[in-house]
Write a protein of this length. Structure first.
Length: 465
């Protein structure tokens, strides 16, 4: 905790910040420099809210990656079968899908950082109870399934809130850097958390892995509670159904939006089938089994980290077109496993796919933040996620039967060809092809700098930043 205090400052540091803000405010009347605000405009990490956000995301993703390794072994450790492992995973998915749109409405109604605090508390409680049951020897499969479902509700509420919160932590001109930096931290945490999870489970058991996850959510909730915003948009608090309908109208009225979400849902479904079924089966049949597949998956993660670093500098004007044209890189992995090629080639292509798809992930986030009204961003993010989460289990469930019916090479080749075809068709839509990055308006810059520094337009703020 000492390191966190040093990073984000104590009360004395906050007083110095307020004094500097008041000084800048006084100088502004005479047309002099705004040193503190300009430093925020150059570097997203100058924003205290953004530093808190990235730290929270890194901590919670690390814990979740530890839990992803620990939960299957926890189920097996209490006497569960392979089917029970799937049951516990599904128990999380169904509540997530069921509550995702409701989570989007909640995040558009109330301050998003407070919504995240509440969701993290729920997730910490669920993981903490599961860890306690495992460590005391009282856990049963139904316990883990029920608590997994509670955690799924937490994800359904937290995901839309997180997507809607990030653009309010930095000026609009720095959003791409902020999104890319956040994704670099998330991807790095995912890799490190998976490795840590394997080590914890091997040395001390699954219970401690879930305890680490619970602690990560608790710490994230405490840090998010310290966030302070002065201008978060809030939607009109009409009926829940009315707000869902408004979000749906916004969604279908933008052709670039629903076309890209449809394409992304198909790609996500294919990649889920690849990760869960097709890749492991192909590695078992043609390569060195789990060892080979582990290296291929790890290479994708490292590629995503590198791709995020590239997106800190690379700023394509046509943000959607550049991202969609990166999808065929994933097809190369499908084709390489279908032929099959050697393991080093598979690893290299997986690395390339991870790096290229980060171009889409960052560009897509910027497109949503730029084109969607801030008071509806969480609901639109929920509709976006719903397409991915709802279709992914279908692809995973169908993959095994398709392999048995048509053979591994055919299924892999057709999946890769489908991604290439859709990636070529989507840019034919003018709204997709023509969506361009817009420079930030002066009013957006002023408002974002105000949120980052704690200085409201026209007067200094006395609130803790």
């Amino acid at each position: 905790m000492t390191g966190l205090v040093e990073l984000f400052g104590d009360g004395h540091f906050s007083q110095k910040i307020h004094k500097r803000n008041r000084t800048c405010f006084a100088r502004r009347r005479h047309g002099k420099c705004r040193l503190f605000e300009m430093s925020v405009l150059r570097n997203p990490l100058r924003s205290r809210n953004f530093r808190l956000l990235v730290t929270c995301n890194t901590i919670s993703v690390t814990g979740s990656s530890v839990a992803a390794v620990a939960i299957p072994f926890a189920v097996l450790g209490v006497g569960g079968s392979a089917g029970d492992v799937g049951l516990v995973a599904t128990a999380k998915l169904f509540p997530l899908v069921a509550f995702l749109l409701i989570g989007g409405v909640i995040a558009d109604r109330w301050p998003r950082h407070r919504v995240l605090v509440a969701a993290n508390v729920v997730q910490a409680a669920a993981e903490g109870v599961a860890a306690g049951l495992l460590l005391t020897g009282h856990a049963q499969v139904w316990h883990l399934a029920a608590l997994s479902g509670v955690g799924g509700i937490g994800v359904a509420v937290s995901y839309p809130a997180a997507q809607g919160l990030l653009p309010h932590t930095v000026p609009s001109g720095l959003r791409q850097k902020a999104v890319a930096l956040d994704r670099v931290c998330r991807n790095t945490a995912s890799i490190g958390g998976a490795a840590l999870g394997g080590l914890l489970v091997a040395l001390w058991g699954s219970g401690w892995g879930l305890a680490i996850d619970a602690a990560s959510f608790a710490i994230a909730a405490l840090l998010r509670f310290r966030m302070n915003f002065t201008n978060l948009p809030q939607g009109r608090k009409s009926g829940m159904v009315s707000e869902l309908r408004q979000g749906w109208r916004t969604f279908i009225s933008r052709r670039w939006l629903w076309v890209t979400v449809t394409l992304s849902a198909v790609v996500t479904t294919a990649s889920s089938a690849l990760i869960s079924v097709l890749g492991p089966l192909a590695s078992h049949r043609y390569l060195d089994g789990a060892n080979s597949w582990g290296f291929i998956v790890a290479a994708y993660g490292f590629g995503a980290v590198v791709g995020g670093m590239v997106m800190l500098r690379f700023r394509p004007r046509r943000i959607l077109l550049a991202g969609i044209l990166s999808f065929p890189a994933l097809s190369l992995v499908f084709f390489a496993l279908a032929i099959p090629l050697t393991e080093p080639v598979d690893i290299a292509l997986s690395f390339l796919a991870g790096a290229c798809l980060e171009v889409f992930e960052v560009g897509w986030a910027i497109a949503l933040q730029q084109e969607i009204p801030p008071e509806e961003l969480s609901r639109i993010s929920a509709y976006d996620a719903l397409g991915n989460y709802a279709l992914s289990p279908l692809g995973t469930a169908a993959a095994g039967g398709l392999v048995e019916g048509f053979g591994m090479p055919v299924v892999l080749t057709c999946s890769g060809a489908l991604i290439v075809t859709l990636s070529a068709v989507a840019p034919l839509v003018p709204e997709v092809r023509g969506l361009r990055r817009r420079p930030p308006a002066p009013t957006e810059v002023a408002a974002a700098a105000s949120a980052a520094t704690g200085v409201q337009a026209g007067r200094p703020s006395g609130q803790d930043d």
